[in-house]
Design a protein around this ligand. Structure first.
Ligand code: GLC
Length: 602
């Protein structure tokens, strides 16, 4: 028996509560009946935010005052799909005694007729049949453990490809699926979300050792799969905490997404018992302990390694990337709402509050770039000492890349990719900017400016297929140095300036929050022209996102669920409340107007 299996066995027995009760509902019955109301605690906390899960009135602007008159791009070149090569597939990890569980997914034979039917039922764009197809495919990517759905496969079954190493539930990939089921009409189906939250919590409890080094207790898995253990004739879980990932990096984003999803689940179902459960509270605290521990930091941002988030390969996204900082902020604010105040957690809650304040100040001031701020940096003096320094990180103006001067519109702005000593990564990252909007890390003025930028730079950031994960691509020598010559991340491909349909849900949510749904509608229309026809690829390549990605998996689950969530949100903007937080009025705003940046020193 290998160590993972042994761990699986151990953890199964240690979670006696779960062992005794196969039904998750049974677990809730064991919750201390004298518990105090979760919501009441949050409301009573004087320094805390207003508890938003039930009381928060999310403002959902639905009118778009910036409706664009631009014509949509014509349908993209379909020939590219025929020319697309299947590319190198990852090898399927197959141990002699572990086989993929038969309960993982279902046969494509069952799926294909329905899907084909769905396509032929309607037009190619905006048709209900595309949504029907998406729901069918999503359902067929369910992963079951002990007969209960616990997640969805990263890539749904692709008849044209050999066994994929995407045959597992990725935590970050499951988020849009979870949201789709929470937003589903006529009634939501939260069971899979609850099971997923509990199962991943259970995996967090495993001892995580890579070589001889043990990872922090709070680390959540990047992914897990259900295997069939033939000796004992039973299903076991096999989780990856980074040990099997490219570059062996732990997924810093998993824990944050887990907390964010827990809030979405609670907000949607009003089932406070899940978040109140002692094990769940403990899981949350362990995640927070990992990122709030004191160290050598002089910044409130979280130091991380390259490849620790959606961009899980070397891409120069290390140090203090916006992708992680925005998720960190979002998770802190969600946890602030959900942590029960007791003697144990009051110190933690105070630390969370202090970090939220410091983090928002830091990001809003030092990561923000607009025309005025770019001009300020361009004129920076260097080698300034003491706290009066304006150029706090000693950024050398000559290091500003040429492209940013052209890219920066007069109207608009964004949070740049990274800030650290003598380094500003000016690249645009979609996840970080949208999460900043949803968590209200971005002020209203900044939110508006980000939307302005998306409109002004539509061709670059959206092009023919939404959405660029990062802009611009690293090329030539820079690609060589920064990615380590990664053949998967060549210019305008994959993480390096590739276009990811899954990001549509994030853009849509951010647009609705900003009161600019028209922007999202334009992007959705583009997706509807191609995504289903192209078999729901994982990503597209090219400057405009015209070509199906060189190594893109087809029927990628989060391309499917991302589309569904975008549609469900546009159709019912009040769904936004599940994945968005109102501005915290107590957090001091930077002195910024839309077009003018504020001074860096105060
Ligand atoms: C790729 C993506 C990662 C995703 C995984 C599974 O590695 O970079 O973000 O979680 O595929 O879809």
């Amino acid at each position: 028996m290998d160590e993972d299996q042994a761990n699986a066995e151990k953890s199964v027995s240690s979670m006696s509560l779960m062992k005794q009760n196969n039904s998750t509902d049974d677990i809730w019955r064991n919750i201390n009946s004298n518990r105090d109301c979760f919501q009441k605690h949050a409301l009573e906390r004087t320094n805390a935010l207003t508890f938003a899960l039930e009381t928060e009135e999310q403002v959902v602007p639905i009118t778009d005052i910036h409706d664009s008159s631009k014509q949509l791009q014509s349908a993209a070149d379909q020939e590219s799909s025929e020319k697309e090569k299947s590319g190198v597939r990852g090898s399927f990890e197959n141990k002699t005694i572990l086989k993929p569980s038969p309960s993982v997914g279902t046969s494509l034979i069952h799926l294909l007729p329905e899907a084909t039917n769905a396509k032929s039922n309607g037009s190619d764009s905006g048709c209900p049949s595309m949504m029907d197809e998406a729901w069918t495919r999503l359902k067929n990517s369910f992963v079951y453990f002990q007969s209960k759905p616990v997640g969805t496969l990263a890539a749904a079954l692709d008849p044209s490809a050999e066994e994929l190493n995407y045959n597992q539930v990725f935590v970050r990939d499951f988020v849009p699926t979870a949201l789709a089921y929470l937003m589903k009409v006529p009634s939501h189906e939260p069971e899979i979300v609850k099971n997923f939250l509990l199962k991943t919590l259970h995996l967090q409890g495993w001892k995580k050792t890579i070589d001889n080094f043990t990872l922090g207790e709070g680390v959540m898995p990047a992914s897990f799969k259900v295997m069939y253990e033939s000796f004992q004739k039973k299903e076991v879980l096999k989780a990856d905490f980074g040990g099997s990932a490219i570059g062996r990096v732990a997924p810093v984003d998993s824990g944050f997404w887990w907390i964010i999803l827990l809030r979405s689940y609670t907000k949607c179902t009003k089932d406070y018992t899940l978040a109140e459960q002692p094990e769940v509270q403990k899981g949350m605290k362990l995640i927070l302990d990992l990122c709030l521990s004191d160290g050598f930091d002089t910044f409130p941002t979280l130091l991380c390694a390259d490849g620790c988030s959606m961009i899980d390969r070397r891409m120069g996204v290390y140090g203090y990337p916006i992708e992680i900082q925005a998720l960190f902020f979002f998770a802190l604010r969600c946890a602030q709402q959900m942590l029960k105040e007791d003697t144990d957690s009051s110190k933690l809650i105070e630390r969370i509050e202090r970090r939220i304040t410091a983090l928002s100040y830091h990001i809003r001031n030092y990561y923000w770039l607009d025309f005025t701020q770019l001009n300020n940096i361009y004129r920076y003096k260097t080698e300034e000492y003491s706290h009066t320094a304006v150029n706090k990180f000693n950024v050398i103006p000559e290091s500003i890349p040429d492209w940013v001067f052209d890219f920066m519109p007069l109207r608009g702005g964004y949070f740049i990719g990274n800030v650290s000593p003598a380094r500003m990564d000016f690249r645009w990252f979609l996840v970080g900017n949208c999460i900043a909007i949803l968590s209200s890390l971005a002020t209203m003025a900044q939110t508006t400016a980000i939307m302005d930028l998306v409109e002004e730079r539509w061709e670059d950031l959206i092009g023919e297929m939404p959405l660029k994960i990062a802009y611009p691509a690293l090329e030539g020598y820079e690609w060589n140095i920064v990615t380590g010559c990664d053949p998967k991340n060549t210019r305008w491909s994959y993480h390096n300036g590739g276009s990811w349909p899954v990001l549509l849900w994030l853009l849509t949510a951010a647009c609705i929050k900003a009161g600019r749904p028209q922007i999202a509608k334009r992007a959705i229309e583009l997706v509807e022209q191609r995504l289903s026809k192209d078999a729901w690829p994982e990503y597209y390549d090219g400057k405009k996102g015209r070509y199906i990605g060189k190594q893109a998996r087809k029927y990628q689950t989060w391309s499917i669920s991302g589309y569904l969530v975008a549609k469900l949100m546009i159709e019912n903007p009040s769904n936004l409340a599940m994945i968005s937080l109102e501005e915290d009025k107590k957090i001091e705003k930077p002195r910024l107007t839309r077009s003018a940046s504020w001074p860096c020193s105060r």
